[in-house]
Design a protein. Structure first.
Length: 270
């Protein structure tokens, strides 16, 4: 039975590798036996978690390439490097994304005043960038007749953020979770279904994994409010996401495509 979850000799590509969840996905894939070709934005700082994984698994199992997911030519170059260094990818984790949490929000806006550019970057990276990456790497999966693409969504793909989570923050105007974020993730889920139905006959499965709130240094009042809204009474830890990712990446989900696996502690059940 354990062989169902083995990724031995598989090649995985992970975008947004240096972000908060990047190391979670990468460690899960490496521990299951895969080699990982990691991508992140030029100039992105190497996280301590990624550095530790590099030391633990070595350059023959983990490689980092700086590439903007919105740049088709740069993605083609990165793909060639993956093919040369590791081989044809059989797993793609589309993790790159832009959010605007309160700590990084910068200027606050009333809903009716949000500039178009504030939304454009979120939509370009989270949705269009994901599509570009899927095109570039998915082509080689189709040629090989096998592969699993996992698009990282969000619980906000299906529900609106509860702005009361943020009403204790001192800001004028009040902080707003960007409307483009949930819209981009909803688009990701629909695009997942589109690609899944289009590529199923080619042996490539496409699914979305949508985490709920993941614990990561949020302020205490936000955490209390959020956890009160979750039936399981807590935010997700990184370890809560490993099993779902491994399931979708491995043969354990060989008859699963076009689905959204929501990992939110029951948040969207209420």
């Amino acid at each position: 039975m354990n062989g169902l979850f083995s990724l031995e000799s598989e090649v995985a590509v992970v975008t947004g590798a240096l972000g908060r969840l990047g190391a979670v996905w990468i460690e899960t894939l490496l521990e299951a036996g895969a080699s990982v070709f990691a991508l992140d934005l030029p100039g992105a700082k190497v996280s301590e978690a990624f550095h530790r994984l590099g030391q633990r698994f070595g350059a023959d199992r983990l490689s980092l390439q700086y590439t903007d997911v919105r740049d088709r030519q740069a993605l083609e170059t990165a793909c060639e490097q993956c093919l040369t260094g590791f081989g044809v990818p059989s797993i793609l984790v589309n993790n790159a994304g832009v959010d605007r949490p309160p700590a990084a929000a910068g200027t606050a806006y009333q809903l009716v005043d949000i500039p178009l550019e504030e939304s454009r970057e979120i939509l370009e990276v989270n949705t269009l960038g994901l599509f570009l990456v899927s095109q570039v790497f998915g082509r080689h999966m189709l040629d090989a007749g096998r592969g699993s693409i996992i698009n990282i969504g969000s619980l906000y793909a299906g529900v609106s953020p509860d702005q009361r989570f943020y009403d204790h923050l001192r800001s004028d105007p009040p902080f707003l979770k960007p409307p483009a974020y949930g819209a981009s993730k909803a688009a990701v889920v629909n695009l997942t279904r589109y690609l899944a139905t289009h590529w199923a006959s080619g042996g490539v499965r496409v699914n979305a994994l949508s985490p709920g709130g993941v614990s990561g240094g949020q302020d205490e009042r936000f955490t209390d409010k959020f956890c009160h809204r979750v039936p399981m009474g807590r935010m997700a830890a990184g370890d809560d996401l490993c099993g779902p990712l491994l399931f979708l990446a491995s043969r354990a989900s060989s008859y699963v495509t076009g689905t959204e696996l929501v990992v939110d502690g029951g948040f969207t059940a209420w």
